[in-house]
Design a binder for this molecule. Structure first.
Ligand code: 6PG
Length: 248
């Protein structure tokens, strides 16, 4: 592991990146459980985090955490049923939540397949408020950890370039129409993500190299590169990338 820049860690391979991320996940999770009795996490979707989830579900990592103390939320979800191959919930269930026997009441999936996606987002916000013991009209919760991926277009969660969700300044969760992929999504918003105690980006693959270079080193252009808007107010921001993604 080489710390190429403050909070930017470059790993030779995606496997090494996933192993390092599993170590960090456990470190943050154990600290949270020791401090508060629970660990609140928002899982990333897509394909990159799958290996991280698989590693967490097997020893030694599996033995390193009280998995019943985790409150599992999701960073975003596609407008598909939870058993659909494209579902982020389904991927996380198969790779991690089922293998560690996550208690049903602590797994909070997004109902992104509902026709009224705005109502579903409002219900998810109410669920967040309930679990965190907050007023859903007040400031967003402070997650112990938010996991994020990044697309080759610089999007993160379902915060895609030039979409309405980028401008949400109060809601914690929102529906988002994404014309560039002809789909609707539910996503956590920047106010919630930037309130987290720890945010961990996982970026792997040469197809991400251009966007990564622009996001980290290019001029500020957050409407075109939404990942640039992930700037935790007080929390830690970690970029775990592989050498291929760091190629530029
Ligand atoms: C999703 C994710 C999305 C993902 C990026 C990267 O629902 O697709 O939340 O933000 O993290 O698109 O996806 P890959 O990891 O598959 O490259």
């Amino acid at each position: 592991m080489a710390c190429a820049k403050p909070n930017l860690y470059v790993y030779a391979t995606a496997e090494e990146l996933s192993r390092a991320a599993a170590d960090l996940f456990l470190q943050i999770g154990r600290q949270a459980v020791a401090a508060t009795g629970r660990f609140t996490v928002a899982l990333a979707g897509g394909s990159t985090p799958r290996r991280l989830y698989e590693l967490l579900a097997e020893n030694p990592h599996r033995a390193g955490m009280d998995w019943t103390a985790v409150e599992w939320f999701f960073g975003d979800e596609r407008a598909v049923p939870q058993d659909h191959p494209d579902s982020n919930y389904r991927m996380a269930r198969a790779a991690l939540l089922d293998p560690v026997a996550a208690p049903a009441g602590r797994v909070h999936g997004m109902e992104a397949e509902r026709a009224d996606l705005s109502a579903a987002a409002a219900d998810y916000q109410a669920e967040l408020a309930r679990v965190f013991g907050l007023d859903s009209d007040g400031p967003p919760p402070v997650f112990d950890l938010v996991l994020l991926g990044m697309g080759a277009d610089g999007h993160t969660a379902s915060l895609f370039p030039c979409t309405k969700a980028l401008r949400v300044s109060n809601d914690w969760v929102t529906a988002n129409d994404v014309p560039q992929i002809s789909s609707r999504r539910m996503t956590l918003t920047f106010p919630l993500i930037n309130n987290a105690a720890n945010v961990l980006f996982l970026v792997a693959g040469s197809d991400k190299a251009g966007a990564l270079a622009e996001v980290l080193e290019g001029p500020a252009d957050p409407d075109r590169l939404p990942s640039q808007s992930v700037v935790p107010l007080a929390g830690n921001l970690f970029w775990y990338v592989d050498a291929a993604a760091a190629g530029q």
